[in-house]
Ligand binder design. Structure first.
Ligand SMILES: *Cc1c(COP(=O)(O)O)cnc(C)c1O
Ligand code: SF4
Length: 348
């Protein structure tokens, strides 16, 4: 039996029979559930955390729309470890491993597939040189994999290198660690953030309020005290968070924890993730119900990463329409329609 399934069995999360059925999945994709998450799953074996992290035989099903590289990273990768799709910002991927493997991961054909998945030092140097020689790049987004599981030495090296590039004004880190395994955030790592001279935005991947426990809250507080600006990104997932109640609770709780919800992603077409998908209209209906119900600070932008590498577009429903008479109609949060005159005559 694969080591990852053995661990789940030893933790009492799956039976021997289930492990045998899941073996083909373990051979294909990484599986990891950190200790805090094991406790949460024991507590609620069919709940939103279990559903995000526990392997499922449906991952072997191949849907017609599945794509190994759903958001088209490969087409925009000039050198190893860099994805450069928008002129002014790049992704820097120093590793392809995570502390936990989300079953719906959009990069699952790469992330967690090959050993430690660390970008070799010389490739990292080439990637940093790429950033150094492209002065249109104003923002660098560390992602992967989860950059916060890098050793403190390596992370510090990267942040110092970016600090030294004058045209890079903003550093962003995409991570799941503060909710998935906050115990791995060390004093040295917080110190490393505090030493960063450029604005450091940390975007935390979190999908359900059940993930916001005391340890996560403590990690958010320390990140803020280390000078990080905290945002979140979530994925809209069937039977995890596809209700007004779940999303409202999550986003409101995030703001109350000092984290501004940034994006709600429509699920990508990653292979074997069909059981997490839902129609975009569902997301739009949910977004419509959130507005007015939670703080405006708590409402993220609902986005689709256009399959094939064409970038992100908002799917957030539009409340404004032009009417044939030349004015506008707006639809309020209760679905009521109002005429709207933007009052431009005096400028004509
Ligand atoms: C998502 C993404 C970004 C960041 O986009 P924002 O809208 O600025 O958050 C940058 N580069 C690539 C390739 C991306 O996929
Ligand atoms: S944290 Fe992100 S990259 Fe890692 S498994 Fe989850 S979705 Fe994939």
């Amino acid at each position: 039996m694969s080591a990852s399934l053995d661990k789940l069995k030893a933790a009492g999360l799956i039976t021997a029979a289930a492990a045998a059925r899941l073996e083909p999945i373990a051979e294909r994709y990484s599986i990891a559930v950190p200790p805090d998450m094991v406790d949460a799953i024991r507590h609620d074996p069919a709940g939103p955390i279990a559903r995000q992290y526990m392997p499922d035989v449906r991952e072997l099903e191949n849907g017609s729309g599945d794509r190994p590289d759903p958001i088209g990273d490969a087409a925009h990768s000039p050198v190893k470890g860099i994805v450069h799709r928008y002129p002014n910002r790049v992704l820097l991927m120093p590793l392809e491993t995570c502390a936990v493997y989300c079953r719906f991961c959009f990069r699952r054909e790469k992330v967690g597939r090959d050993g430690h998945g660390l970008l070799p030092e010389n490739d990292l140097a080439i990637a940093l040189d790429y950033i150094r020689t492209h002065d249109a790049v104003r923002e660098v987004i560390l992602t992967g994999g989860d950059p916060l599981i890098l050793s403190e030495r390596r992370l510090r090296g990267i942040l110092e290198a970016l600090d030294g590039i004058a045209h890079v004004k903003i550093v962003r880190v995409h991570t799941r660690l503060p909710v998935a395994d906050p115990a791995r955030l060390t004093d040295a790592l917080y110190a490393c953030f505090a030493a960063c001279r450029k604005p450091l935005y940390v975007v935390i991947h979190v999908n359900h309020a059940d993930e916001l426990n005391e340890a996560a809250d403590a990690a958010f507080t320390r990140l803020r005290r280390s000078g990080c600006i905290l945002l979140s990104q979530s994925v809209l997932l069937k039977d995890v968070n596809d209700s007004v109640e779940a999303l409202a609770t999550l986003f409101q709780a995030l703001v109350e924890h000092g984290v501004k919800p940034y994006y709600l992603h429509h699920p990508d077409l990653a292979p074997g993730t069909g059981h997490f998908r839902l129609p975009p209209e569902t997301g739009q209906r949910l977004m419509r119900s959130l507005r007015g119900r939670i703080s405006g600070l708590a409402v993220p932008t609902y986005v689709l990463d256009v399959p094939g590498g064409h970038g992100k577009v908002p799917l957030t429903p539009c409340h404004l329409e032009k009417d044939p008479a030349g004015g506008y109609t707006v639809i309020d949060i209760h679905g009521r329609i109002h005429a709207y005159d933007p009052g431009l005559e005096s400028q004509a």
